[in-house]
Ligand binder design. Structure first.
Ligand SMILES: [Ca+2]
Length: 182
């Protein structure tokens, strides 16, 4: 029977977490872009550092047009961003981390998708599409001169208004992205 102290221990509070942005961590094939095989080749190094948990920034299929190519605009949650590798690489990385007593945390945000995701492509087709209410749609706003206005004036806690506008863009229209220069 574990003692009370052991029962109160939680791995996600008491572990050393090492976040990896895949594109810049380790390139295994010389194309200039870090990848999963590169991370796999450094698993022993991570263990030597004393890492308990690898937090992997987004690796899913994405056009990478969100802020600074972070990959939070996911186009397919069941596929890997091609320059990073494929699902078998994820399995290998997971297995090698587990063999060394480390955990793997995948970073993804579930409250929005890329405008290239098939759910969004369906949703935008018509108001009676089965996917229509998978996204929030509102009529566009215009000023007195007839110029189309941003979706809202919300501010982000993270990176100012642009991030919010960009999230709106991923679920609205190309013209909005052009306006923001993203
Ligand atoms: Ca590479």
């Amino acid at each position: 029977m574990p003692g009370q102290k052991d029962q109160l221990r939680t791995w996600w509070k008491e572990s050393s977490v090492y976040q990896i942005y895949p594109a810049s961590f380790q390139d295994s094939n010389g194309d200039g872009i870090g990848d999963l095989k590169g991370i796999i080749s450094r698993v022993d190094y991570l263990k030597e550092l004393g890492v308990d948990i690898v937090w992997l920034s987004p690796i899913f299929k994405s056009p990478q047009i969100d802020m600074n190519r972070q990959g939070y605009d996911v186009a397919d949650y069941r596929a890997i961003h091609e320059p990073y590798g494929d699902i078998s690489d994820v399995d290998t990385l997971k297995d090698k981390l587990h063999e060394r007593g480390m955990k793997l945390v995948l970073d993804l945000v579930m409250n929005h998708t890329s405008d290239q995701h098939e759910w969004f492509q369906e949703s935008r087709k018509s108001k009676d599409n089965p996917y229509r209410d998978w996204y929030i749609w509102r009529p566009p706003r215009y000023d007195a001169q007839g110029n189309r206005q941003p979706p809202n004036n919300w501010e982000s806690h993270f990176q100012g208004t642009q991030r919010i506008e960009q999230r709106q863009c991923t679920s609205s229209q190309l013209a909005c992205r052009k306006r923001l220069g993203v």
